[in-house]
Ligand binder design. Structure first.
Ligand SMILES: [Zn+2]
Length: 112
């Protein structure tokens, strides 16, 4: 039986590679769950060089029902900038296909 409260939250949301940032529980509204990737980039995926944090973008992810209640995920995607001046991929953001499959395209589209 899982007893760690963070691990329990991940199980209830149905995603494992996340950090649960917080939950907003307002009466009569969907539950708002704020998450970020736990495997956030530590190096450039193209040149494997060092990266610098370059801000944050919150993406609304489509509802995931939990015990019959509507749940909206807010995904805090960290943006990164490659320290290598010659890298063909100067910037990028966190990505997780397991979360992205639920992403609402109309509200989340912005250039990477
Ligand atoms: Zn790079």
């Amino acid at each position: 039986m899982e007893k760690d409260h963070k691990a329990i939250s991940k199980i209830l949301v149905g995603l494992v590679d996340i950090n649960l940032i917080g939950v907003e529980d307002n009466l009569g509204e969907p539950l708002h769950v704020h998450i970020e990737c736990s495997n956030s980039q530590k190096q450039c995926p193209t040149c494997e060089g060092k990266v610098h944090h370059n801000g944050l973008r919150v993406v609304e992810v489509v509802d995931l029902p939990s015990f019959g209640r509507k749940v909206i995920l807010f995904w805090s995607k960290h943006r990164w900038r490659c320290a290598n001046k010659h890298c063909p991929q100067p910037s990028f953001s966190d990505d997780d296909p397991k979360i992205a499959q639920f992403q609402i395209p109309t509200r989340s589209s912005s250039p990477k």
